[in-house]
Design a binder for this molecule. Structure first.
Ligand SMILES: [Zn+2]
Length: 488
């Protein structure tokens, strides 16, 4: 019996079709793949392997999949925490306009590194990130040994970057980065959402998707009350009708949010084989209204839609904790309805295999089974907080945090071992982030220090906002609302 890595005598939560849990299990890894998963035998500690990990007191489970996120502003953790909704949206839109112009590459580059470092150390092995300038992200995650889906956001109403230029950049990104780093880095096509893109932009995104048929299409759908209003302004009956019209409602689609989905939307999504990324923390943080409709996750899953969990803009709610999204998904659903909306194992599946399926790679990662790529994490169960070790799925969904992760393995490579990061220089990353945020402060009116954050005033934000796109967007929404109220 030989292997590159042998993990023995661990609790192993496989997340396979039967949700098998071994109380004393062995996982063997060779050439980047899982070769054997079984009950431990007495001599497993003597396996002929390059690396033997004693799993006593540890939980082995699949690496977590962050199914929807944005990483460029990671160094802004703490900056948005205390802002009102209006301040948050204004400042965020102004900053993104500047990023699109390439003003803050030093900040966004440091952001990718900080995100990779924190995710790697916290058990997140795959991200699906929609950004403005993703090249540095693809390279950072590729070199750190992580798995990532990246692509530049496309929008013609959110900022003023010429659309031709946006599509040229998207094409260049795909040609340069798709299927690189041993296939760990993949490109995606990213029309931003159903409220800041015109039909023309959606049609061009569909043409690009035709040109590159093995790429995912990653977007935000049914996020806001305005989603369906804008779809009507785009000449469709509603948001999904627009996607269907342009030919993008299919199994390649992974859409964040779906908060406004009704029964018909759920059925159409399931029929199309499209997937959803649920990001509960961001909505709980900025609560768009006390009576908001909440994403119908149980109904989506019951209809057969793969629902992954995403941390979304983690610098708005100051968290790298993807385990926390499972807990938040449960708390928010239970608060809106009643206890028992999810079984813990369903939440574990959403953190792992369902996220992988949502990204079209459920046959390669997301569970611990022979033949799958070895994306595996170890958590230290030998702590008071996990005592007694009853109901491990509930511990994972409700109680685990990134700091419980001791070892992270991706594609059979050990990126974190006993808490030590092996593929990144953690001190150097921290220095770069500190330098970047000092420079950002010196170049802007942001006041950020250990005591808190004071964003630029409204005048300064107004000066930096993109001028044409958002104005058109508001105009279109107002016009459509009038048409909806007074139909001809
Ligand atoms: Zn998002």
């Amino acid at each position: 019996m030989t292997a590159d890595i042998a993990i023995h005598d661990a609790f192993v939560l496989t997340v396979d079709a039967q949700n098998r849990l071994y109380e004393r299990g062995t996982v063997l890894i060779e050439d980047g793949a899982i070769t054997e998963v079984r009950t431990s035998r007495g001599d497993d500690a003597n396996t002929a392997a390059d690396c033997i990990i004693d799993g006593a007191g540890k939980l082995v489970m699949p690496g977590l999949v962050n199914a929807h996120t944005h990483l460029e502003l990671t160094p802004m953790v703490g900056a948005f925490s205390d802002l009102s909704m209006a301040e948050l949206m204004g400042n965020m839109t102004a900053i993104y306009g500047e990023i699109a112009d390439g003003e803050y590459d030093y900040l966004t580059g440091a952001g990718y590194e900080l995100a990779a470092l924190n995710f790697l150390a916290g058990g997140v092995t795959t991200v699906n990130s929609q950004d403005v300038r993703p090249s540095a992200g693809a390279e950072t995650f590729g070199e750190a040994g992580l798995r990532g889906f990246f692509g530049p956001a496309l929008s013609d109403l959110f900022w003023d970057v010429p659309v031709d230029e946006q599509f040229d950049r998207a094409r260049e990104f795909i040609d340069e980065y798709h299927e690189t780093y041993n296939g760990r880095i993949r490109a995606t096509i990213n029309p931003h959402d159903d409220w800041s893109c015109t039909r023309t932009l959606w049609e061009r995104a569909a043409d690009l998707a035709d040109e590159y048929p093995d790429l995912l299409v990653h977007t935000h759908l049914l996020e806001l009350e305005e989603s369906n209003t804008m779809a009507r302004s785009n000449g469709a009956k509603d948001s999904l009708d627009l996607l269907d019209d342009v030919g993008l409602l299919d199994e390649r689609l992974v859409a964040a949010h779906y908060r406004m989905a009704d029964d018909q939307d759920i059925r159409r999504t399931a029929d199309a084989g499209a997937a959803v990324a649920h990001c509960p923390s961001i909505f709980c943080y900025w609560n768009p209204g006390p009576d908001v409709q909440w994403t119908p996750v149980p109904e989506l899953r019951a209809a057969g839609v793969d629902v992954g969990l995403g941390i979304d803009d983690h610098y708005w709610h100051d968290s790298y904790n993807l385990f926390g999204e499972a807990r938040q998904a449960r708390l928010a659903a239970n608060l809106k309805r009643s206890a028992g909306q999810f079984h813990s194992m369903e939440l574990v599946r959403m953190l792992t295999i369902e996220g992988a399926r949502a990204l079209g790679v459920g046959d390669k990662i997301g569970s611990i089974e022979p033949g799958k790529r070895a994306d595996v994490i170890l958590l230290n169960l030998d702590q008071p907080k996990f005592t007694p070790v009853t109901n491990i799925p509930a511990h994972v969904a409700n109680n685990a945090v990134p700091g419980d992760v001791t070892t992270t393995i991706v594609d059979g490579e050990i990126l974190l071992r006993d808490g030590d990061v092996r593929t990144m220089d953690a001190d150097a990353v921290r220095d770069r982030v500190q330098t970047a945020i000092e420079r950002f402060k010196s170049e802007t009116d942001w006041d950020l220090d250990s005591g808190g954050s004071d964003p630029p005033g409204a005048m300064s934000v107004a000066r930096d906002l993109p001028k044409r796109g958002p104005a058109q967007l508001l105009g279109r929404l107002a016009f459509q609302s009038i048409k909806d109220t007074f139909p001809l």
